[in-house]
Design a protein around this ligand. Structure first.
Ligand code: E4P
Length: 217
């Protein structure tokens, strides 16, 4: 399972570079706004931090303007994946950009049928939002199970990119379901590392080691 990091904060991304825990990055207009930076600059900088796909989202709602924005964004760096919303215009834009060889991430997916449409439009990634479904009383992971099954039925090459991940249990569930990618804030990746028994065990080992008076080097 690949891990994408869901942030436009380059300091956080630089801290994860070289750890093997960052296979790509996702951003959205809210994250770009939070960075307080010009979008083209921050996307270019993120693309210099990772070789993996970096999702940059269009903000137009009509096909023609989305296409222009998508072509502009993909020209920023070779590893830009253009993110489009799951609307009719977004799917149309996905088809054109995908046919041109651009990676497209179709975002704001909340149903399995929407995911089916994105695969048919040639998306490289579909982003079902599990946390936002949980927020309104659904089980977001049911959607992931459905999409993984449907894509498997037809050998679609579109990767299931589990989005709106909020905590480590989401990551575990997505991995058990065989999702290709999970995108998560840096805090969730850090939470995955931590275990109280790891801390306790290490503390005991180091205390015993100190009693030997040895040093390895
Ligand atoms: C990913 O591409 C999305 O931008 C992100 O996962 C949304 O997460 P949120 O629902 O926590 O805002």
């Amino acid at each position: 399972m690949k891990f994408f990091v869901d942030t436009a904060d380059v300091t956080e991304l630089r801290a994860l570079a070289g750890t093997g825990l960052m296979d790509g990055v996702t951003t959205n207009p809210s994250l770009i706004a939070k960075s307080g930076r010009k979008m083209s600059e921050v996307i270019a900088e993120i693309c210099s931090i990772t070789d993996g796909p970096v999702s940059a989202e269009v903000t137009a709602t009509d096909h023609e303007t989305m296409l222009k924005e998508g072509r502009y964004l993909r020209a920023i760096a070779e590893n830009v994946a253009v993110k489009v919303p799951l609307t009719e215009a977004g799917l149309r834009t996905c088809k054109v950009l995908s046919d041109e060889g651009t990676l497209v991430n179709v975002t704001l997916c909340f149903s399995a049928n929407q995911a089916l449409l994105a695969a048919k439009a040639g998306a490289a990634f579909i982003s079902p939002f599990v946390g936002r479904l949980d927020d309104i009383g659904y089980d977001g992971m049911d959607l992931i199970a459905d999409v993984v099954q449907i894509y498997g039925n037809y050998d679609f090459r579109t990767e299931v990119l589990v989005a709106s991940i909020r905590h480590p249990v989401h990551v575990l569930q997505a991995a058990k379901l065989g999702a290709h990618v999970g995108t998560m804030p840096p805090g969730v990746i850090k939470a995955l590392i931590k275990h109280p028994l790891t801390d306790k065990g290490l503390e005991a080992f180091l205390a015993d080691w100190a009693k030997t008076g040895q040093s390895i080097l």
